[in-house]
Design a protein around this ligand. Structure first.
Ligand code: PEP
Length: 251
């Protein structure tokens, strides 16, 4: 059995005070939840204060991005510094990084390796655009992103990596993939992981769905055999919505 993960990507939202208020609400209201892993990825400025607040909580703190080197890289953040400030995980390859900041698969691969080497867990994001889906290129795109993004990793490294399937057309649009569309993509991803690594690695890897996950669609998504959790953007900013998502019902 794969332990589900519900992860909140706060993107570029929340002052330190707002972040502390939300994190404290989550910590209090999710303290009894022991069969789901909760991850939150606040903006960099809130990481240190939240780490202090979450020391006695199982909620995992994650960075939203990292750079695969240290030194003269003005404005960037390294995996080691994320760890230093209390992060245990990092999101890599989010579609906003790919689309708005032109991040390519080989660069994303460098980040994945650097983050793992620094001892962080990785939430590795992939997903097709609407044009690619309409041109029946979804599986081709996912395969390329996985082959290149996970190049050089072995099964041991994969135990610290979670895949997030996030169709670009569903992110922040209110248009969720149907349960069937999501399950089809997740099943494809698991099959590919089985080919690239081995069956037990594929069976053990958590594959999250992301793209307009809300309280009213989480249960149906989590009912799918290959969906092991969610990466949540907009709805993770609202305490009630995120708590309901974290308390999804599978049946
Ligand atoms: C995301 O940013 O990863 C995301 C899925 O956003 P939203 O839930 O708002 O679509």
């Amino acid at each position: 059995m794969r332990t589900p993960i519900i992860a909140g990507n706060w993107k570029l939202n929340k002052t330190v005070d707002e972040a502390l208020a939300l994190a404290n609400d989550l910590k209090g209201q999710l303290s009894d939840l022991n069969d789901v892993e909760i991850v939150i990825a606040p903006p960099f400025t809130a990481l240190a204060p939240l780490a202090a607040t979450l020391t006695d909580s199982p909620i995992v703190l994650a960075g939203q991005n990292c750079y695969p080197a240290e030194g003269a890289y003005t404005g960037e953040i390294s995996p080691a510094l994320l760890r230093d400030v209390g992060c245990r995980a990092v999101i890599i390859g989010h579609s906003e990084r790919r689309q708005l900041f032109a991040e390519q698969d080989d660069f994303i691969n460098q980040k994945v390796k650097a983050a793992l080497a620094a001892g962080l867990k990785v939430i590795f994001c992939i997903g097709e655009t609407l044009t690619e889906r309409n041109e029946n290129l979804t599986f081709e795109v996912l395969e390329k992103q996985i082959r290149m993004g996970l190049s050089g990793l072995d099964s041991a490294a994969m135990t610290r990596l979670t895949v997030a399937y996030e169709p670009v057309w569903a992110i922040g649009t209110g248009q969720t993939a149907s349960n069937e569309q999501a399950q089809e993509a997740h099943h494809f991803i698991r099959g590919l992981l089985s080919q690239l690594f081995d069956r037990s690695t594929a069976e053990a890897t958590r594959i999250l769905y992301g793209g307009s996950v809300k309280p009213d669609n989480i249960d149906g998504l989590m009912h799918q055999a290959d969906i092991d959790g969610a990466l949540v953007g907009g709805a993770s900013l609202k305490v009630g919505d995120f708590i309901r998502i974290a308390r999804f019902k599978r049946s």
